[in-house]
Design a protein around this ligand. Structure first.
Ligand SMILES: [Zn+2]
Length: 59
């Protein structure tokens, strides 16, 4: 199974590690709806959602 190039990867916002203050590595996960950040120096990880906010749940 080949992994397509993540052309949007370069457009992802950088995030500094809370502890090391170094740029964290970025990886798209969850159907490319989330960005998974991992610090190259420590074990700190962070996941953030991409794109527009999900629609508010209907009442
Ligand atoms: Zn770190």
């Amino acid at each position: 199974m080949t992994t397509p190039l993540n052309q949007s990867l370069t457009e992802l916002p950088d995030r500094l590690c809370t502890w090391c203050q170094v740029p964290m590595k970025k990886r798209l996960v969850g159907g490319q709806q989330f960005v998974h950040y991992t610090c190259p120096k420590c074990v700190f990880q962070h996941t953030t959602r991409l794109g527009p906010k999900p629609p508010s749940p209907a009442h």
